[in-house]
Design a protein around this ligand. Sequence first.
Ligand SMILES: [Zn+2]
Ligand SMILES: [Zn+2]
Length: 339
Amino acid sequence: MKAFVYENPMTMPLREVPLPEVGECDVRIAVKAVGICGSDVHGFRGTTGRRKPPIIMGHEFSGVVDAVGEKVTRWKKGDRVLANPLMTCGICENCRKGFPNVCSNRHGLGVDLDGAYAEYVKVREDMVFALPDSLTFEEGAMVEPLGVAMHAVNRTPLLLCESLVIIGAGTIGLLTLLSVRLKGAGKIIMIDTDDDRLAFAKKLGADEIVNSKTTDPLEFVKSATNGRGADGVIEAVGISPTAALSLQIAANGAHVTWIGNSQPMVEINMQQIVTRELTVSGSYGFISEFETAIEAIRSGRIKPMVLVEQVAKLDDVGRLIEDLSAGKINPVKVMIKLD
Ligand SMILES: [Zn+2]
Ligand SMILES: [Zn+2]
């Protein structure tokens, strides 16, 4: 089969590789749609260090069951499916306490298990979910990032009509915006450095948009919240300046959720957390939000396809990731469609 193999930083050629072999509890899926994730672009540059070559990346996908192992009972060839890309052990203390997203023995499809920038991908049976008939494969491929955004929103306590700031208008930031509107947020302020993205956020329902290159975001948020700061902040960038900003713009006693994951070490003002009693949470992956995301799309409460600004073929993945990495193109979401 054809697959893009990440072999070294900045090197991800299209290769002919063997079809994934199906173990007794595995399901092989013919990929029909796969989204390009910003984390793959970072991974391609080798800056995050989480993806160890050689690996096939791609974790936001849907498709059709192609083959199943002997012990698989719930799926058969031809089923329309999608898969949770996190493979968890189910028996560690984290899994048993209900936090499989931070399983001590977790593996990630497209991170340390071969993923979906390929014609076929293999997953364990329990990672597979049915794709409702009314959802397109492309919508199915948006479930994973939506689940990530929804988990961050669930990690951020917010009373009706309280204010929320989202830092970063990438796919996750924008899906966070759509999700937090469902939760009944009051004023939603979106901060980014890209005017096009901010205009997009406005279209999706952000009340206020701030370009932090041209406007002081701290002053802006203060004046938009009667000098108090935001009741909730979700950081969806993951670098030092935005991590620091997320604390500065929070109201005393507020909750700050970090979902951005680009730079391992950041510099923040710890005293802000202590003396203003901020709560800072990390948010990683999702738990039940994967199914919530399926249902939110099925019911029409969230329409994620508005974020897809470019559709391409599997053969284009390598070039697109290079262009995204070089900043030559800047679509919100690129969706790969396979025949
Ligand atoms: Zn992703
Ligand atoms: Zn576990």
